[in-house]
Design a protein around this ligand. Sequence first.
Ligand code: SAM
Length: 425
Amino acid sequence: MQEIQRLATISLAQVLGGKNLDHALTDARGQAKGQLTDHQRASLQDVGYGVLRHHTEIERVLQQLFTKRKPDPPLDSLLMVAAYQLLHTRVAHHAVVSHAVEVAALLGGSGAKGFVNGVLRNLLRQREMLLQYAHATPEGRFSHPKWWIDKVMAQYPERWEAMLNEAQTHPPMTLRVNRRNSSREQYQARLKLAGIESAPVGVEGLVLKEPVNIRLLPGFDHGDVSVQDASAQYAVEFFALHPNQRVLDACAAPGGKTGHILERGKALELLALDKDSGRIKKTEANLRRLNVMAQCVATDAGDLKSWWDGRPFDRVLLDAPCSGSGVVRRHPDIKWLRRPEDIPALVFAQERLLEALWQVVQRGGRLVYATCSIFREENQGQAEAFLQKHTDARQLSIDDPIFHQGQIYPDYDHDGFFYAIFQKV
Ligand SMILES: C[S@@+](CC[C@H](N)C(=O)[O-])C[C@H]1O[C@@H](n2cnc3c(N)ncnc32)[C@H](O)[C@@H]1O
């Protein structure tokens, strides 16, 4: 566990310095002394994610225990990691403290040992009182930045607390069954035979009772199944595909929805764009696993001159770059890396893409606009502004009760997502 604490400390310090969590964890794994076991990798992942989920709460708890100013990095990160383990995991307390003391010696010398020992033992002694104080403000209770809490409160006065609470939970692992290869029921039976329990969600999703390594999923390498949240599986429903249609997936990488469209459609001609060439390569690899074909191009979808041959598309998916405010439970670093000024910039980028891509939609065709955000300016606000500008656009209603004016509220089975379906008249 000492090694996990050391590596989690390195990764936390990197995220707080502005690095993406997955990259920080990859870097930290690279600094491991020896090969990590699957169990150690999972523990590192759990601590890395957990400490960011509960960051403000932990920070407020620790603040009360520092008699002078807070310690310098990386000792402050080590204390955060150990405090997370004491407050939110079942790891034996004595093991958390004694290992943290050893890591402190490695990081900060012998003086650091006594300091870390004292802080963590006091935390254990005064736990309830410390938590009560930490939870006295919404920032401490929900571990989100103040600007974010204020926005959710203003936009969802009835459900802001539930939404922020959801963002602190562990998401389930959800699968999308490839209906070309089997029915959901058949695949669920295969999972059961492999000892993996699941429950249906949405149209072709299965939520696993416990997450598993993808290597254990039957037929994964042959494309029988993909990992995809239930909310992300709606895009293809809204396409109402017909055989031989020309389809554009404008912000496609890493190809989750591209693969779904190709699994479901017949003889489609699909063009997948993404401005990130590294992510386009991942898209190609994902499509190969599913044994489906698309033309994949790394380019700015908003710059029509760079990629459009002038032939219109029957279906266009704009799964737009967004704040990611609906998927914070899966990416808890988002809430610490995002800045309030990013939101207008994202709204501008989304509008630019919508404007450009509307031009390539065939009359009678559809553009599906999607975000994994809960912020209204990226969602209903964007859709309303678009409709005002385009008299040739009609928004189609979504009847499924999971949707509230296009918005899926985050809950256990669903990431927060938004969809608007525009038809060109
Ligand atoms: C929400 S992600 C797409 C997820 C993908 N549709 C899936 O289901 O796997 C948004 C993507 O938009 C891409 N992107 C951002 N701006 C773009 C632009 N101007 N043109 C093309 N792609 C863009 C990003 O690189 C990112 O991969």
